[in-house]
Ligand binder design. Structure first.
Ligand code: SF4
Length: 261
C-alpha cells in the first residue's frame, strides 16, 4: 500500500536505507578527521600521570634547583609563621623588608598579642591587606601564647586552629621549620605549574594539593614545592613562560606553552 512515505518520496523502498547516510559526519572525511583529532586531547592526561614521566620531572627539578629553599627570612618557627601570613598576595622580598623591624619591636607571640593593632598595621602596611594581616598575626600571637605555651604547634590539626593559618601556611611551617611532610605547599606558582605539567586538572588549591599528594612520593613533598616556586618565578612565569629555556620542555604538554624566551 502506498504509505505516507510514498507521498514524501516517490521510491518507497529507499528511505529506510538512506537513513544511515543522513549523518553529515559520515559523509564528510574532513569532519571525520576533526572528530578524531578531538580524541588525543584526553590521552595526555593519562600519560601525564605515568610514574616514569613524573619521576623524570622530579629528577630534573631536583637537579636544576639542588639548593633551593624557603625565601622568607626567619629565625624561629614563630617568625616563619608570621612571615608566611604576611606573604599572602605579596612578594617574599617585600615581606623580608618589613619583618626585621616587626620582630625587633614585637619579638614574641605574647608581645604581638599585646601590641596596639595600629602599630602592627603601620609596621606591615607595605605588604598589603594590612588590616586583616595585622588581625591575623595578633590573633596568632594570642593563640600560640595562651594555648600552646609560646611554641608554634607541630601538627596540621593544631596549626589550623591558629588565626591566619590555612593549609598553605601550615604546610610551610611544618615543612620548613619542622621538616614534617603533612602536605604540599600550593601557592600561586605551585598551582599554576602543577596544572601546566599535567599533574592535576583540579581548579582549587585544596584539590591540587590532594592530587599532588597522590602522585608525588611523600619524601619529595617539601622540596618539590620550593623547586616549583623557584621554577615559577624564574622560568614558568604566569603570563609568558620561557619554554625555550625550560629544562622540562620535552615533558611538558601545557596548552599555553610559548616559544619565545
Ligand atoms: S615548558 Fe613552558 S609551560 Fe611547560 S613547564 Fe616549562 S616554562 Fe612552563
Amino acid at each position: 500500500m502506498p504509505t505516507e512515505h510514498g507521498t514524501i518520496n516517490p521510491m518507497p523502498p529507499t528511505p529506510a536505507k538512506k537513513k544511515p547516510a543522513k549523518s553529515p559526519a559520515k559523509k564528510s572525511p574532513s569532519k571525520k578527521r576533526s572528530a578524531a583529532a578531538e580524541l588525543p586531547k584526553r590521552k595526555p592526561a593519562r600519560r601525564d600521570l605515568d610514574p616514569e614521566r613524573i619521576e623524570s620531572i622530579l629528577t630534573i627539578l631536583r637537579d636544576t634547583y639542588p639548593d633551593v629553599e624557603c625565601a622568607l627570612v626567619h629565625a624561629s618557627p614563630w617568625q616563619l609563621l608570621v612571615a608566611t601570613i604576611l606573604s599572602a598576595q605579596c612578594t617574599d622580598v617585600r615581606v623580608n623588608m618589613v619583618t626585621p623591624k616587626l620582630f625587633q619591636t614585637y619579638p614574641t607571640p605574647q608581645a604581638m598579642a599585646d601590641a596596639p593593632i595600629e602599630s602592627i598595621e603601620e609596621l606591615i602596611r607595605t605588604t598589603g591587606f594590612y588590616h586583616n594581616k595585622a588581625k591575623s598575626i595578633q590573633g596568632a600571637g594570642r593563640v600560640i601564647h595562651e594555648q600552646f605555651g609560646d611554641k608554634v604547634p607541630q601538627t596540621m590539626a593544631e596549626l589550623l586552629t591558629v588565626p591566619g593559618a590555612a593549609r598553605k601556611t601550615a604546610n610551610v611551617v611544618l615543612g620548613v621549620a619542622y621538616g614534617k611532610a603533612e602536605g604540599v605547599v600550593v601557592d600561586t606558582h605551585v598551582f599554576r605549574l602543577a596544572r601546566r605539567l599535567g599533574l592535576t586538572r583540579s581548579e582549587t588549591p585544596q584539590k591540587v594539593e590532594q592530587d599532588l599528594m597522590k602522585v608525588i612520593p611523600r619524601d619529595r613533598w617539601i622540596q618539590l614545592s620550593h623547586e616549583l616556586i623557584h621554577h615559577g618565578r624564574q622560568i614558568c612565569e604566569a603570563r609568558k613562560p620561557k619554554c625555550a629555556a625550560c629544562p622540562l620542555e620535552t615533558l611538558c604538554h601545557a596548552p599555553d606553552k610559548t616559544w619565545s624566551s
